[in-house]
Ligand binder design. Structure first.
Ligand code: GTP
Ligand code: MG
Length: 198
């Protein structure tokens, strides 16, 4: 899929104030610092459309980007960053939950995972919650430039085995690097196929 245009539209803390749901959208979620904003930039060929930082907790709002004037990519805050103030962290849970549960035009949500870590309780809990709520999602292993091919395969197998403890089948699984751009076409083609369906 060709990205012709990508424009920042709006940041929100109130899910109800998001743009009217008349275009399909895809959201990116995952632990703070897992690479959500970087992945969006990589997909749309823009260095800093979505704000990134080496310090966790950079994205704190729901950010809509209009792509090709016809659909949205949404950068969400991360979860699981313990050093943020308790009050702030408490306000992220409900904001993200309400957005994910209520957003009628949300085609799928990409749950980003760090393959350098063994399966983390917080990610498994989040995936479980998505399943319980019946919210469609796919998994994306990020920062794969930081592992050897062998390490990546082993890590993905470990995560998949863990997920199959509770799930009958796995959701779609992707792997990407915002650094060397691996996985870009595969992920964009997946989105294109979902945009083409009703
Ligand atoms: P929050 O908004 O804080 O939740 O973080 P985020 O998930 O949006 O992560 P962000 O994209 O800001 O990236 C966090 C850090 O990881 C930055 O220093 C990025 O440069 C780095 N990073 C992100 N993706 C990759 C990748 O694919 N490879 C490498 N090597 N570094 C990456
Ligand atoms: Mg971010």
């Amino acid at each position: 899929m060709n990205i012709i245009s990508a424009n920042f539209l709006v940041s929100n803390t109130n899910p109800a104030a998001c743009p009217s749901p008349d275009k399909k959208e895809f959201a990116f979620i995952g632990r703070s610092n897992v690479g959500k904003s970087s992945l969006i930039n990589m997909l749309v060929n823009r260095k800093s459309l979505a704000k990134t930082s080496s310090t966790p907790g950079k994205t704190q709002t729901i950010n809509h980007f209009l792509i090709n004037d016809s659909w949205y990519l949404v950068d969400l805050p991360g979860y699981g960053y313990s050093k943020i103030s308790r009050a702030k962290s408490a306000s992220w849970g409900p904001m993200i939950e309400t957005y994910l549960k209520k957003r009628t035009n949300l085609v799928t949500t990409f749950v980003l995972l760090d393959p350098r870590l063994v399966p983390q309780a917080i990610d498994l809990d989040f995936i479980q919650w998505m399943g319980t709520e019946g919210i469609p999602f796919a998994l994306v292993f990020t920062k794969i430039d930081k592992l050897s091919r062998n390490e990546l395969v082993k890590s993905m197998q470990l995560w998949e085995k863990k997920l199959l403890d509770t799930w009958e089948e796995l959701p779609p699984v992707f792997s990407t690097s915002a650094d060397d751009r691996r996985g870009k076409e595969t992920l964009l083609n997946y989105m294109e196929s979902l945009l083409a369906t009703k």
